[in-house]
Write a protein that binds this ligand. Structure first.
Ligand code: GLC
Length: 569
């Protein structure tokens, strides 16, 4: 029995993370994957005019900011994370003027704009890399990247044993201008994504200019791609670990020579200073996939970044013990350096959580790997748990990231034909790894329109499933029991009761599969068991599914928010 006049379970309360004011500390940030959000010109690929035209719906959802995944000129070998020009817009997405209109539309609706910056690597089409390939070994141009002579008598072996995240060696050999087999360059990802050398002054200065370019256009911040990999260990030593940097089940290995090197923090301290010269409200958010959380917290120490993604939360299974552990560790680790925690359930790199939480054996899905059609799955259970997970996440203090389509309850698309898949994980593994296309399918807006309103022509760069009408935004907007209605209500209540800037105090429960905590005026109860649990009756503020609270009991795989009574801790 959980009393709605709760008592603490004796654990130390997590103090409010708010020690300084800052909009990002309790923000809800909505990730837009531009190729798949809204397509203004009908060519089947989403674009900036599409985003501007749909901005009102994001304001209505109640988000504070949008994060736009890359829209820069790119050959699209890795969904735009292979940038060939950091200061322009790819024609497939529009023009710089279109970008300005997105910023204007967002700001008009009180929504801030965060752009995705990819500093670890560029595209092999980038002018700096082309110049490096054309220049001689040892030249200043080659110094912008990691060029090395190969091992072996004729330099025929890669300079070290590092593996690419997408499979195969992390090195590719170039042909020198005289036609002879030449040096090798490092790419932690695809061969078309050469890693910059961040020890190089030109590289640092170049990115200063890139930051200024977008700040001058009015952006409110940057999500920084692979922020943990910019600086490599001196001498690029051999590494016997896995391609993802993991030495063992503990991810990633403490000693991975391509991650979390001390020098990386110097880069972001410099960036922070630069942002502050533009005013106090521009932010940096790190994609730093390191473990444990104390390591990730190093990116958000004072004078460094503002937020770091919470990969531990992203990977947490639907399990009360594990979730409570991650929540405690997150609040302690980020709070320990005076930063807010972030929370996230899905993004463009992982299998959508409505599908993950429906996996029958609770199987873990590796980051980026996707799952195959035919994997044992209970979609209704997944959807129910996804709603519960959203209700739990949005009640937590800190900042929340929402990936486009999760507010519609979208599942992963599992049956994309092989010849339609675009993800380098799939292409480079010869199809052994399914990859990330299934979470990147263009989202449905109107149930009866071509391409479900993604555009007016019905074209779509990835095929949309036949049965997506029920997920369309217009259908859900008219249904107060929909997932969209749940998100809208949760975000509005979170804002009005200041849950994002609140604090968390656990409440004792009799059942280890039931989590309960108080945040300000709200008691949150999450039932992760397989049976209903008794609960004192009081004012219900939110239920993850209709009638989750019934006859004084909370249904399984459901979350409810109650008004905590005045003697609540
Ligand atoms: C990040 C991006 C991912 C991309 C990779 C390489 O992890 O989120 O989509 O493939 O970086 O840029």
């Amino acid at each position: 029995m959980i009393d709605v006049a709760p008592r603490t379970d004796g654990s130390a309360p997590h103090p409010s993370p708010v020690q300084e004011h800052g909009w990002w500390r309790d923000a809800v940030v909505y990730q837009v994957y531009p190729r798949s959000f809204a397509d203004g010109d009908g060519d089947g690929t989403g674009d900036l005019p599409g985003i501007a035209a749909r901005m009102e719906s994001l304001a209505e959802l109640g988000v504070d900011a949008v994060w736009l995944s890359p829209f820069y000129p790119s050959p699209q070998r890795d969904g735009g994370y292979d940038v060939s020009d950091y200061c322009d817009v790819d024609p497939m997405f529009g023009t710089l003027a279109d970008f300005d209109r997105v910023v204007e539309a967002a700001h008009t609706h009180g929504v801030r704009v965060i752009v995705d910056l990819v500093p670890n690597h560029c595209s092999s089409d980038h002018a700096m890399f082309r110049a490096a390939v054309a220049a001689a070994p040892g030249s200043r141009e080659r110094g912008h990247f990691h060029f090395r002579d190969g091992r072996g008598d004729a330099g025929e072996h890669p300079p070290n044993d590092w593996q690419s995240h997408f499979g195969g060696p992390a090195w590719t050999r170039v042909t020198e201008t005289d036609g002879s087999p030449g040096q090798w360059y490092l790419h932690l990802f695809d061969p078309s994504q050469p890693d910059f050398n961040w020890e190089d002054d030109d590289v640092r200065a170049y990115f200063d200019r890139v930051l200024d370019f977008w700040l001058a256009r009015g952006v409110d911040g940057f999500r920084v791609d692979v922020a943990h990999a910019l600086v490599k260990a001196p001498g690029l030593p051999d590494w016997g670990g896995r391609p993802d940097g993991a030495s063992s089940p503990g991810f990633p290995g403490e000693d991975a020579p391509m991650f979390d090197q001390p020098g990386v923090h110097v880069v972001f301290e410099r960036w922070r200073e630069r942002l502050e010269s533009w005013g106090p409200d521009r932010i940096l958010c790190a994609e730093a996939n390191v473990a444990p959380l104390e390591r990730a917290a190093k990116w958000v120490r004072p004078h460094e970044m503002h937020q770091a993604f919470n990969f531990a939360y992203l990977h947490a299974p639907w399990d009360a013990h594990r979730l409570r552990g991650v929540i405690d560790e997150s609040l302690a680790a980020f709070g320990g350096v005076g930063a807010p925690s972030t929370w996230v359930l899905s993004n463009h790199d992982v299998t959508r959580h409505a599908t993950r939480f429906g996996l029958v054996d609770g199987a873990h899905v590796d980051l980026g790997h996707g799952i195959r059609a035919g994997t044992p799955l209970d979609p209704e259970l997944g959807e129910r748990r996804a709603r519960a997970a959203a209700a739990l996440m949005t009640a937590l203090p800190g900042a929340v990231y929402v990936y486009q389509g999760e507010e519609l309850g979208l599942p992963e698309v599992l049956d994309i034909p092989d010849d339609a898949r675009r993800d380098p994980y799939f292409l480079r593994s010869g199809g052994t790894v399914v990859g990330r296309d299934g979470c990147r399918v263009p989202i449905p807006w109107e149930s009866d329109a071509p391409a479900y309103g993604f555009n007016a022509t019905g074209r779509s760069w990835l095929p949309q499933p036949e049965k997506w009408s029920r997920y369309a935004r217009d259908v859900q907007r008219a249904d107060e029991t929909s997932t969209l209605a749940l998100y809208t209500h949760a975000l509005a209540t979170r804002k009005s009761l200041a849950l994002g800037s609140g604090s968390l105090v656990w409440v004792r429960t009799d059942d280890p599969a039931v989590l309960a905590f108080v945040n300000g005026e709200v008691l949150v109860v999450a039932n992760l068991s397989d049976h209903p649990v008794a609960i004192g009756t009081d004012e219900v503020l939110l239920e993850s599914v209709p009638s989750a609270v019934h006859d004084g009991r909370l249904a399984p795989d459901a979350v409810a928010w109650f008004r905590a009574s005045s003697d609540a801790v």
